[in-house]
Design a protein around this ligand. Structure first.
Ligand code: CMC
Length: 423
């Protein structure tokens, strides 16, 4: 068997041999297939449904088998035995850290958690009801003005510093955005605490000397952070890579990723799931509405997973641990009823629609007393390590160029300008 594709262009009768590598053909190889004097053949793929945009060694997904691995390690094992910072190190460096490496990385992240005081004032400038994702996106973008050296993206030491800063400061920015919406004073980082315990303290501490969150909640948040750390070429990662391909600083690239994640079809789905569960009257009636195309069952369906989302299975288990501390979320009953009906219904079965990561995460976040607007922030914080691993890989990849898709132009051509009084 030859690893090539034979193509006959029936318009010209010419034959072409195109190399197949890693199950793909290079779109640029199609350019040679052309009518005389015309541009060569291109592919049309809105939403990148069958186009690989890069080669990557970070995250592996087999959507049909429900497999998710970071650097070859199954997500189930990482969720069970690892910590978020260990997973972030793995994503960023390719290997699990030794205990010295983990201690060093943890120390560095812990000592970059504080923000410049001016940035606090910047966040205070938002209206009382500003969406925390909007605040997060703007304040990450603002960080680029505090660290102009971040433009030195070709310097590995410099990249490492900015990566550490971003991973370290995201929880602080997220917590400040939350406290702003609550009208509560911002809480500074506590460097004695772990990454997730410190985040919970910055969110919920009031007058107590030390805020010690329940260990079971800290563990549940670690698991959620691990599950959300990376997911190969999803919409926000693609945004980070696309913006990063212009060689801008990483704060600006990550701000673009936050913007992409904000949307209800992506990370914003967990907020949308909760709002949906709150307004459902009768489950059966609601499902009929979905099937009639009136709305989507948020938290269901995935571009890649067509069997089940392995993250949803782990989250469902984490629900039990959290509810043991907080009491069962009454919306769980509605969610389970919805899931049961949907999994037996031909509409969902034929379209391979199963619960995704967002279907249950919202219930946990609500049990932890987050308002729905905060849910996507809780996704953006851990995804930052994945975005940065992908950004770094992009910069190291000699195949990569500035992202610049083609278009099929469908508009008018070469018209004479019409003066306004004649239109
Ligand atoms: N409820 C009802 N119908 C659906 C849903 C849904 N949640 N998702 C897809 N469909 C239908 C869709 O209408 C289409 O039907 P038809 O063939 O009759 O036109 C069919 O299923 C195929 O859907 P698609 O829109 O072509 O699939 P896609 O791969 O482009 O979209 C998706 C994937 C995740 C955007 C979509 O399933 C969706 O909108 N789900 C709800 C939002 C959601 O939960 N998003 C979180 C994704 S997981 C976390 C993350 O990555 O951020």
């Amino acid at each position: 068997m030859t690893d090539s594709l034979s193509i006959r262009d029936n318009r010209t009768g010419r034959d072409y041999e195109i190399a197949i590598t890693d199950g793909t053909i290079r779109a640029a190889d199609l350019k040679q297939i052309a009518l005389d004097g015309e541009p060569g053949l291109a592919t049309y793929d809105p939403g990148f449904v069958n186009t690989a945009s890069c080669r990557s060694a970070i995250t592996y997904i087999d959507g049909d088998a429900g497999v998710l691995e970071y650097r070859g390690y199954p997500i189930e094992q990482l969720a069970e035995s690892s910590s978020y910072l260990e997973v972030a190190y793995l994503l960023l460096n390719g290997e699990l850290p030794t205990s010295d490496e983990l201690a060093g990385w943890t120390h560095e992240v812990t000592h970059h958690t504080f923000l410049h005081e001016n940035l606090k004032q910047f966040i205070q400038g938002f209206r009382y009801d500003a969406h925390p994702m909007g605040m997060l996106m703007a304040s990450v973008s603002a960080l680029s003005t505090y660290y102009p050296d971040a433009r030195e993206i070709a310097d590995p030491e410099n990249r490492r510093l900015q990566i550490t800063r971003l991973v370290a400061k995201m929880p602080t920015l997220g917590a400040f955005a939350y406290r702003h919406g609550q009208g509560k004073p911002y809480v500074y980082p506590d460097n004695d605490l772990s990454y997730t315990a410190n985040f919970l303290a910055m969110l919920f501490k009031m007058s107590e000397q030390k805020y010690n969150a329940d260990e079971r909640l800290i563990k549940a948040l670690e698991v959620l952070f691990i599950l959300h750390a990376d997911h190969e070429q999803n919409c926000s990662t693609n945004a980070v890579r696309s913006v990063g391909s212009s060689q801008v600083d990483p704060y600006s690239a990550v701000a673009a990723g936050i913007g992409a994640l904000y949307g209800p079809l992506h990370g914003g789905a967990n907020e949308a799931v909760l709002k949906m569960l709150r307004r459902i009257g009768t489950v059966g009636e609601f499902i009929e509405g979905v099937k009639a195309g009136k709305e989507k069952l948020m938290g269901f369906g995935h571009r890649v997973y067509k069997n089940y989302d392995p993250r949803a299975t782990i989250i469902k288990k984490a629900c039990d641990d959290v509810f043991a501390v907080t009491g069962v979320n009454p919306l769980l009953k509605i969610a389970m009823e919805l899931e049961k009906i949907a999994l037996e219904d031909e509409y969902f079965i034929s379209r391979k629609l199963y619960p995704n990561v967002d279907f249950y995460s919202g219930l946990i976040y609500e049990a932890l007393q987050f308002p729905p607007e905060m849910f996507t922030v809780l996704f953006a914080i851990p995804r930052t390590s994945g975005w940065l691993a992908q950004w770094q890989e992009l910069l190291m990849d000699k195949d990569q160029k500035i992202a610049r898709p083609k278009q099929i132009y469908t508009g008018a051509r070469t018209r004479d300008f019409i003066p306004i009084e004649k239109r």
